[in-house]
Design a protein around this ligand. Structure first.
Ligand code: FAD
Ligand code: 2HG
Ligand code: ZN
Length: 509
């Protein structure tokens, strides 16, 4: 099975200040909480005394723009101040002051979040962790890494590679996202199937609470059953109850043998068969099982230099990665599996990467869909989880629903495509609806229809990206009233003045 070489896809992510609308203009309905103070010159003077002359950006529209605008160019705030503390003590001094003065704050990592959680809605101060980027320590026996929260995921992974270890998570945004941001969003990514969620791999956290208190829970223990596991609260809390400043994380050994294959299939039924079989045949060496549909491939080709990785096109594709310690053993297992898939008629075609460059090429196709979608005039982005056998039913149902609603299927329809990709192994679908523009009719056809569908099938309205401002009002589709009340009680207890990331996750108190 030869690989037809794919070229790496680099997107143009240059943001254009003039064309990105403010969140409050685009999505009217937000009201600035009037108990928040407006930033004064005296406040800025105080912050300068904490972070020094190079630790802030104030009142400079151009320099503030990248911190005010999210990765998708969909959400834009109006902050006049970005703070870049270098130490946990500085974060503590900043939050203590903000809490006393009732100044609202948005913690920000690499700003790659996809639900508008990392940028202000109004004039909240941006607290960027980018200057807190030091590795604190590494135990090469246990594989436990301690680091500042602002370390970039890929930088950590490359650093660990030299020691024969790797980060237990990987995602397309690895070159920009921070480990603190990953933890704050409880990011899943491409290898959750193998290494599990951050709720398992994070061993300890250092968190600065809203009033400036430093919660030092930088445990490097794998076992510790002494009461409540407080760090878990902050994993996936999206900057609403504390600022993560330090991380202790368990890292696995880097696999000596990595193989990547891609299959072309005729149906989602076949995708499921291929997945089921991969679990039994590849078992302990299976490290990723990803899927996408033909629409995703075509979207990629529309925005990137065309690259045919297979001569013919198929309705579905899967990317399978194995990671093990014995190349011959893994090659044999993968070959047997692929041959079985072909002879059983489950797969119609397949390619296997022959070297590291080809492995990267296949992965960059899978990782490139988000950037390709980002080049469409408008995208309705959903990240849902459900039983695996429902994943494509959901996509087909949405296509039909949008056609029935008169917004999809005709030359002049506002919706141009309904694209699906995701992490099959995690029951996680990324449903992306491309449109000529965001319009109220299409929005009201999709929401809450999709969330009702997901809830009916015992799914989650946000599998891995979080709620931010994009999904917060729909929390009730995935959490019961009792759970939401407990979340509110927790928020009120840890951040009584609601200064941390207001308007996100839980909108009303
Ligand atoms: P930001 O975007 O800066 O912030 C995200 C949220 O976390 C915000 O609410 C912010 O307030 C909060 N936050 C950030 N840092 C801290 C901190 N130190 N303390 C407290 N709160 C903080 N996600 C997945 O789960 N799986 C994927 O496969 C995946 N792939 C992606 C691919 C691309 C191309 C892109 C652009 C995004 C992808 N994402 C994916 C989205 C994902 O949530 C993020 O990329 C990542 O986890 C966010 O990290 P960040 O440092 O950029 O955080
Ligand atoms: C992925 O798995 C990311 O590629 C992004 O979670 C998903 O673009 C998306 O919707
Ligand atoms: Zn994903």
């Amino acid at each position: 099975m030869p690989l037809i070489q794919a070229t790496r896809y680099y997107a143009n992510t240059t943001k254009n200040q003039k064309t990105v609308e403010y969140t409050v203009d685009k999505f009217p309905g937000y009201v600035r909480h009037d108990h928040f103070k407006k930033l004064s010159k005296e406040d800025v003077e105080f912050f300068k005394s904490v972070v020094g002359d190079n630790g802030y950006i104030y009142n400079n529209e151009d320099d503030l723009f990248p911190f005010n605008t999210d990765w998708m160019n969909k959400f834009r705030g109006k902050s006049q101040l970005v703070l870049k503390p270098k130490t946990t003590q500085q974060v503590s001094d900043i939050l203590k002051y903000c809490n006393e003065q009732k100044l609202a704050v948005v913690p920000q990592g690499g700003n790659t979040g996809l639900v508008g959680g990392s940028v202000p809605v109004f004039d909240e101060i941006v607290l960027s962790l980018q200057a807190m980027n030091k590795i604190r320590g590494f135990d090469s026996v246990s594989g436990i890494l301690t680091a500042d929260a602002g370390c970039v995921l890929e930088v950590l992974d490359n650093w660990l590679a030299e020691k024969g270890y790797m980060m237990p998570l990987d995602l397309g945004a690895k070159g920009s996202c921070h480990i603190g941001g990953n933890i704050a969003t409880n990011a899943g990514g491409l290898r959750l199937l193998r290494y599990g969620s951050l709720h398992g791999t994070v061993l300890g956290l250092e968190v600065v609470l809203a009033d400036g208190t430093v919660l030092d829970n930088m445990s490097t223990l794998r076992k510790d059953n002494t009461g409540y596991d407080l760090k878990q609260l902050f994993i996936g809390s999206e900057g609403t109850i504390g600022v993560i400043t330090g991380v202790s994380i368990l890292t696995p050994h880097r696999s000596k043998a990595v193989n990547v294959a891609m299959l072309g299939l005729n149906s989602f039924e076949d995708v499921q068969k291929a997945f089921k079989q991969s679990r039994s045949e590849l078992s302990e060496i299976l490290s990723a099982f990803e899927f996408w549909d033909i629409n995703a491939l075509q979207m990629f080709k529309k925005h990137a230099t065309p690259k045919a990785v297979m001569e013919q096109e198929y309705p579905f594709y899967v990317l399978i990665e194995t990671s093990g310690s014995n190349k011959d053993h893994d090659d044999e297992k993968l070959t047997n599996y692929l041959e079985k898939m072909m002879t059983d008629g489950v797969a119609q075609d397949g390619v296997v990467a022959q070297d590291e460059t080809q492995i990267r090429s296949l992965w960059s196709l899978r990782e490139g869909f988000t950037e390709a979608m980002g080049k469409e005039p408008a995208v309705y982005k959903y990240d849902i989880s459900m039983p695996v056998n429902k994943i494509y039913e959901c996509v087909q149902d949405m296509r039909q629903h949008l056609k029935d609603g008169g917004v999809y299927g005709q030359e002049d329809s506002p919706v141009t495509d309904v694209v699906a990709y995701g992490h099959v192994g995690d029951g996680n679908l990324h449903l992306n609806i491309a449109a000529k523009r965001l319009d109220p009719k299409t929005s009201s056809l999709i929401e809450p229809y999709l969330f009702e569908w997901v809830a009916k099938h015992q799914g989650s309205i946000s599998a891995e990206h979080g709620l931010g401002v994009a999904k917060n009002e729909f929390l009730g589709y995935s959490k019961s009233p009792v759970m939401i009340q407990l979340m509110k009680t927790t928020k009120n207890m840890l951040d009584p003045n609601h200064i941390l990331n207001p308007y996100k996750v839980i909108s009303n108190f």
